[in-house]
Every structure is written in structure tokens, then in C-alpha cells.
Design a protein. Structure first.
Length: 76
């Protein structure tokens, strides 16, 4: 999964910490997070690129269309 995140430098740093924390998740195989890049024409907004590779076990669960395990469900 590839994700582009845009926000202030502080928001990008928080997002970086969050996604790097996913490395501890047993269903995540690999996480890569880029350094913050300044958006063109702006000195207040930045972007980071995140790549998350999940293990096959979690992807098989999603492909079957069954509900995800409770830690992965959205709260209502």
C-alpha cells in the first residue's frame, strides 16, 4: 500500500511516528516512510510518502470479505 500524506511539518512528523510504529504490528511485514518534502510553492505544507506491506494472512482475511479482527475495525 502506498500513501501520500500532506500537512504541516509537525503533522508530517506525527504521521511518520505513527506509521513507523506499525512495524511492531504482527500483521505488517514492512514499513517505509520518506523524509518530509516541501510542497511546491509553499513553505508551510509538506508531504511524506509511506509504503506499508502487510503479511499475506491479513490480506487473505480482507479478500474473504469477513470482518477484520477487532483491532482493525473502525470505531462507530
Amino acid at each position: 500500500m502506498k500513501i501520500r500524506i500532506m500537512g504541516t511539518k509537525d503533522e508530517c512528523l506525527v504521521a511518520t511516528a505513527y506509521y513507523q510504529g506499525l512495524e511492531k504490528d504482527p500483521n505488517v511485514q514492512r514499513v517505509e516512510v520518506s523524509k518530509p518534502y516541501a510542497n511546491r510553492g509553499s513553505d508551510t505544507t509538506f508531504r511524506i510518502y509511506v509504503e506499508v506491506e502487510y503479511k499475506d494472512v491479513i490480506l487473505e482475511t480482507v479478500n474473504v470479505c469477513e470482518p477484520l479482527p477487532s483491532p482493525y475495525r473502525r470505531r462507530k
